[in-house]
Write a protein that binds this ligand. Structure first.
Ligand code: FES
Length: 168
């Protein structure tokens, strides 16, 4: 839709630039139901994702990030996409499919990313899953906590995408 690019051409889509420049849902939630804090294993950038959950539905989702443009855009898109969604629906399906679908929520919106930035979106997904894990443990939802623990290792493979190919 918006093809305009701003600044140097780093291979980012207009959507990446737009979400980076106008990120949605930035900030903390006081007394969140869940909080995930991730240090990206590839680059060390930090992302925090805060959740308010009511009756199994994501009521509010916010983030803070000391990360790159793609990480900020990823968290901006993802927090928008999960608001109002049932956690059970977000996590439904086979483990590999669920993680791919969650990463796809971000990448479907941001478009094709430079190879060397493919490790950025999974950090938001991991932060989300860890936030759900904390929330479910706190509320004694042992099945949900176990479900998330099974999903978390599947995120690791997504950090490795593009690792073989160095940036130009
Ligand atoms: Fe570190 Fe994008 S998350 S470079």
């Amino acid at each position: 839709m918006n093809k305009a690019k701003t600044g140097p051409d780093l291979g980012y889509s207009a959507a990446v630039i737009e979400h980076f420049q106008n990120p949605r849902n930035v900030g903390r939630i006081e007394n969140p139901d869940g909080l995930g804090r991730i240090i990206n294993p590839v680059c060390g950038d930090v992302t925090e994702l805060y959740l308010k959950v009511r009756d199994g539905v994501v009521e509010a989702a916010t983030f803070q990030s000391l990360g790159c443009a793609v990480t900020i855009a990823s968290a901006s898109v993802f927090t928008e996409k999960i608001k109002g969604r049932k956690i059970s629906e977000l996590l439904a399906g086979k483990d590999e499919d669920v993680v791919g679908r969650l990463v796809g929520l971000i990448e479907g919106e941001l478009g094709e990313l430079p190879q060397q930035k493919l490790h950025c979106p999974p950090a938001t997904v991991q932060a989300f899953l860890e936030a759900i894990e904390k929330q479910s443990e706190k509320e004694g939802q042992t099945e949900l906590a176990a479900r998330v623990r099974a999903l978390l290792p599947k995120v690791q493979g997504y950090y490795q995408r593009g690792a073989e190919k160095e940036p130009d």
